[in-house]
Design a protein around this ligand. Structure first.
Ligand SMILES: C[S@@+](CC[C@H](N)C(=O)[O-])C[C@H]1O[C@@H](n2cnc3c(N)ncnc32)[C@H](O)[C@@H]1O
Length: 419
């Protein structure tokens, strides 16, 4: 494709993605469905450029005040993630001069807002919580997330998967904490490899694996994954149960649960019972009250711990949306808690970094449930689950993961035992 034709497409995609009227990954997929002629390298350049435009939107918009031509073309030029010579081949002489001038600006001289590219309402709580670690977090959010795999121990061992990947020219090493995890070098396509189609591995962030490990589901137990979605954690729980007992995968979204089906087929699990529920007080929940050994509540949340993968969320979320979510989170947690039998374990988790969605929900839950639930320190559970160096993963009684500290998404989890 001619360089300018690709830059024009990048301009169109940047225009579409910056409307923020739909999740960025959906906008990119829809764009590629309309442009089936594009090859993998072109798709990669377009997607990465669009994501870079979202990640550093404030900086690029500041620079794009100079220059000429359509604003989105200037943004696409600034955020370009393909080859430099290809880009230069697309630019008119005045654009070349402008780009060189802009690239010469000393970024350290710019106001903070243009360097962190975050909305004000998010900056304040992050600075308060992280202090000097705020800037390392900002740096980590501007990098892409590593590719982590969870080995399905029902079917394979970590060493054998590593050897098979290596034979396919893919370097992978053990994740630092999860005993199930592998971290792959680069971003190789995996979905056609036998090790994947056979169900020996699933793509899963190490942080998500740690949430399943905290649940410590065991052989023969009755377990509920209350907000199962496409079942990333369901699959990990089912394998931990060695395909025995009963694992209910609940979600209000039938569409998301449908995405669990092919993954379930690959995994070899037959102990999983997916079920769409109408809401958290569904009849099904009432029928199972007091009968369940372990419940994982991977609650719907702002997703602000996943900004490396979903940078659009920082512009699409708002304090009002977070407030609405917190009411839902507490309601789901309280309802899910009724499922547990005495001695049973409840795990509440989010992929948010905000205390409102995390510690505050855990506190409110315990205030109302202190006679029936007692907190369990996450560090002790992780140690018991053979997670390496659990002390690095916790703040007080809770699991707290950060992209800049742990190279995982931002995650929170609290654990309780039913008295
Ligand atoms: C963070 S996602 C779950 C991701 C999933 N556990 C995984 O590992 O792939 C939260 C899920 O909660 C679901 N949800 C929202 N409201 C719910 C409710 N009232 N009861 C149960 N699930 C709910 C959403 O449909 C969404 O799939």
């Amino acid at each position: 494709m001619h360089p300018n034709a690709l830059l024009e497409l990048a301009t169109d995609l940047v225009r579409a993605i910056l409307k923020f009227d739909a999740p960025a990954d959906g906008v990119v997929s829809a764009f590629f469905r309309q442009h089936r002629e594009l090859g993998p390298r072109e798709r990669h350049t377009l997607a990465e450029t669009a994501y870079a435009a979202v990640r550093q939107r404030l900086l690029w918009q500041h620079f794009a005040q100079s220059g000429s031509g359509p604003l989105e073309r200037r943004l696409a030029i600034l955020a370009w993630q393909g080859s430099e010579s290809f880009l230069r081949g697309a630019l008119a002489p005045h654009e070349q001069t402008w780009l060189t001038q802009v690239r010469g600006v000393d970024l350290t001289s710019l106001p903070e807002k243009l360097r962190h590219n975050l909305p004000d309402w998010l900056v304040a709580p992050l600075k308060e919580r992280l202090g000097e670690e705020f800037w390392p977090l900002v740096d980590s959010l501007n990098r892409s997330a590593p590719l982590d795999l969870r080995v399905n121990l029902l079917k394979a061992k970590r060493e054998s998967v590593m050897a098979e990947l290596q034979a396919a020219g893919i370097e992978a090493h053990e994740t630092p904490h999860s005993p199930w995890g592998l971290r792959v070098e680069g971003k190789p396509a995996l979905n056609k490899l036998e090790v994947f189609t056979r169900g020996d591995v699933e793509v899963q962030d190490e942080g998500s694996q740690l949430l399943a490990l905290l649940t410590e589901a065991k052989r023969g137990e009755m377990v509920v994954d209350f907000c199962a979605g496409a079942g990333g954690k369901t699959l990990a729980l089912g394998a931990a149960m060695r395909n025995t007992g009963r694992l209910y995968a609940f979600d209000v979204s039938g569409h998301r649960l449908d995405n669990l089906k092919p993954r379930l087929a690959r995994s070899g699990l037959s102990n999983v019972y997916p079920a769409q529920i109408a809401h958290e007080r569904d009849e099904r929940i009432k029928r199972l009250a007091g009968k369940i050994d372990r419940v994982l509540v991977d609650a719907p949340c702002s997703g602000l711990g996943t900004l490396r993968r979903n940078p659009d969320l920082k512009w699409r979320q708002s304090p009002k949306a977070v407030e609405e979510l917190t009411a839902k989170q507490l309601a789901i947690l309280q309802s899910a808690a009724r499922l547990l039998k005495p001695g049973g374990r409840l795990v509440y988790a989010t992929c948010s970094v905000l205390a409102e969605e995390n510690e505050r929900i855990a506190e409110q839950f315990l205030e109302q449930a202190q006679r029936s639930f007692k907190p369990v320190p996450a560090g002790e559970v992780l140690e018991h689950a053979r997670v390496a160096e659990p002390n690095l993963l916790v703040e007080g009684d809770h699991l707290r993961l950060w992209p800049h500290r742990h190279a995982t998404d931002g995650f929170f989890a609290a654990v309780w035992e039913r008295c």
